[in-house]
Structures are given as C-alpha cells and as structure tokens.
Design a protein around this ligand. Sequence first.
Ligand code: AMP
Ligand code: MG
Length: 450
Amino acid sequence: MPNSWAGYLAQRPRRVDFRRYHPGFRAGTLRRVREGITPAEALSCVLDETCVLGSEVVASRDAQGRILAEPVLSTRRLPPADNSAMDGYAVRRADLAAATPPRGVDLRVAFEVVAGGASDAVLSSGSAARIFTGAPLPPGADAVVRQEDALRDGDTVRIFVAPALRENVRNAGEDVEPGERVIEPGTRLGPAHLGFLASLGRSVVAVHQRPRVAVLSGGDELVEPDGDVAGGRIVSSNSYSIAAQCRELGADSVYLGIARDTPEDVERHLRAGLGSDVLVSSAGVSVGDRDYVRGALEKLGCRLLFWGVHMKPGYPLAFGRVEGEAGPLVFGLPGNPVSAMMTFEQFVRPALRKMAGFTALHRPLLRARLVEDLAKKAGRLNFVRVALERDGETWLARSTGSQSSGVLRSMILAQGILVFPAEATRLAAGDEVTVQVVDESVLARESPGF
Ligand code: AMP
Ligand code: MG
C-alpha cells in the first residue's frame, strides 16, 4: 500500500472483480427457483450470493464514511518524543523537594524550548527551561511545572510546587508505537480515523469500492414527478425512495427510468443495468398478465434463485444473479411503495452493506413495550412500521397506522420496524417486542448527559 499519491500513481490502479473470487458462482449450474420461502431463508440465500467488493485507493481526506479495506499499521511513534502538556517550566524534581507554598524554590532559567524546536540542550541541576505545550522535554528534565505555579523574575523563576515524576509530560509513543495495528479492516472511517491517518502521514487509504446500483421502475401507469397524472397515472415514487435508500448506506445509484409494460421495454431497461453490481427493479414481478420482469430477467441470463417470501408487506420478491463474470445481483422488488422499501430494507440493504465491506450488516435492534394490541393471520412474518418513544428508560412502540403496502405514510412516521413473527397471530399491549431501529435520530436526547 503506497503512502502518498506519488506512490499510488506509480502503481496501476486496480479494480478487483469480486466475482472472480465468488464462492457461490458456478457458471452453468442449474438450480431450481425456490418459491415461497421464509425471510430468514431468503436473507441467507442473498448473502450467500453476495461478496465483498474489491478495494480502491482514495485520498484520506475524502475517505469519510468509507469502509477501510486494509489494516492500518502505524509507521510512526506518536508522539514522537516526550513533550510538555503545559506552558510552564521543565525542571528536575530533585531540585524542588522543598517547594511548598508560600515558600518557593528559585531556579535559573537556562534556556527555552518551543513546540517544533529541538531539545539537545541538557538541563542541569538548579536550573529550569522555559517550555511551551508540545515542545520536546529537554534531556535531564523529569517534570513540567505549570506557569500558574511559578513566578518569573528576569532570569530566575520561583516555583511553588514539588511536581510528581513526569507530571505534565506526554510520553513518547503513548498514543501509538511503530508496527502497532490501529484500525481494523471493515471500520467505517470517521473524523478521528481521518485525523489519525493524517498523523501517520497517510494521505491515501484503501477502502472498499462503493456498490453501484442500477434502479428502474416499471409500469404503464407511472410518470416522473413533473409528469401529467391525469387519467389515473401516478408518480414513480419508488425510483426516489430506492435511490435514497442506496445513498443512505453509501452505495451509488444510477436511475434507468421507467419501463413500459411490454416484454421488449422491460428487457431493454434491464439490459441497461447489466454493468452494475446490483440491479434493483420494482413492480412487474408478480403473477399478473403484464408482469414481465421475471421473464425478461431469465432471457437476459439471470439465474433466478427464489421468488416469493413469506412476509408482509412484500411477498412478491424475486432474486437472482446474471450468469457470467460481471453479472450483477438482481432484485425484482414488489411495486407497492411500502413493499418495495421494506424488501430493500430487509434484503438489498444487508447485501449492499456486505459488498461495501461492513462487518455488521443489519440494523440495531431494541426491545420495546407495545402500547396496543396487534393481530394477524399465521404464516407470514409481518414487518410493522412503528413510532418509537421513550418512557423513562423504556421504549414504547406504537403502530404508525394503516399498514397497507401502498401507504407510504406508514414509513414516514416510523422510526422502527417491529418484527411480528410468522406463526404468531396476536401481540398484546404491554408485550415486549423486537424492533429494528431504522431512524437512529430517535436516540438523540434533549439533555447532554453531563
Ligand atoms: P405491480 O407489481 O406492477 O402490480 O405494482 C403493484 C402496485 O405498485 C401498483 O399499484 C403500482 O401502481 C404500484 N407501483 C408500481 N411501481 C411503482 C413505482 N415506481 N412507484 C410507485 N408505485 C408503484
Ligand atoms: Mg405494474
């Protein structure tokens, strides 16, 4: 790994094609499409097919939010030398055994050391060195006295305290020693990491490539937001919510537009996304006469792995992979806006996080107390959109209203997704439930905690 742009440019940049190393990829293997599987089965199938993307080298200053693809080893000792934590006087403790207020001990100020200066002058007995924060401790000194504890008069300083050994001294290497492993691969780089990389002289860093996601919608009824909605047409809201879901987790999305309900147009739009890492289409994957997505995918060489997941919202989800070295993962999401977002949330998001190099793929979970009764039929796992609110240290979960798969409002009001298990038919007010936290701003507090 080069440490600078010059070093990097001397090498050829390399984009690693992860599919080469993809364990699940066996060209020409015929497998039956699984139908009507559980969400857990669907998720494990998706993750089995997903591999971590290769790395790329970026400027450290642009690496905020990226996922580290190399271990960062320290090449330096930080701080490089013993140095002062205060503005004051470097001293020899033996000279100050008798220094107690109001009686002080007088020392001769022999020299001065500034931050960035050298410290070769040796401090001899009976003398002090004027020193500033960050300046190297001169040889012979074993403590620093704050200037607030001293009184300067010309070449003499009167010191009123007997400092402890190495008081107000920052030790060489107390942050890191050469060869120490400091940041682990899979770490999401934040402000402290970038500052640390800079301290190590690392102007470039290897991070995982961002997944590139091609997003398309399909349906004769769909228009763009500035389109004419007369005659029962609706805006293709999925294009917006799905692209935003991609962005939120750091993936790049490319919008392929709206495919009309003909096999040719669906195929043409899907083909345009074959160069991406992941192809996400919404609508047209169900069993209607005009649902052409699955047929078009198979025509394009997509090996479908499953269709139909026992969940609500979002049963009609199709998943597969386009055969061939560069074939993307393909998700055919249901068209209903909530179903599209929920299936993205439960399956596409973890896959993209895995590709992007994250080690933890799923949302934080919390236990909450339900404030109302909920009922459903047995058989499908329900993902209930809930508002979260705190009652002291207890979390309360309340359904966001109509859970119809067309009511996007139920997502707008939700900070969490309650997992209502497949075989359960009833949850009662007061029950403890498991909630995926989708909006971490719910953890923000009005008081600072100090
Ligand atoms: P389909 O899967 O094509 O039967 O679509 C299911 C429902 O989702 C229909 O009511 C569609 O109008 C709606 N729908 C499909 N695509 C979108 C989209 N991109 N944005 C909003 N609603 C959509
Ligand atoms: Mg349709």
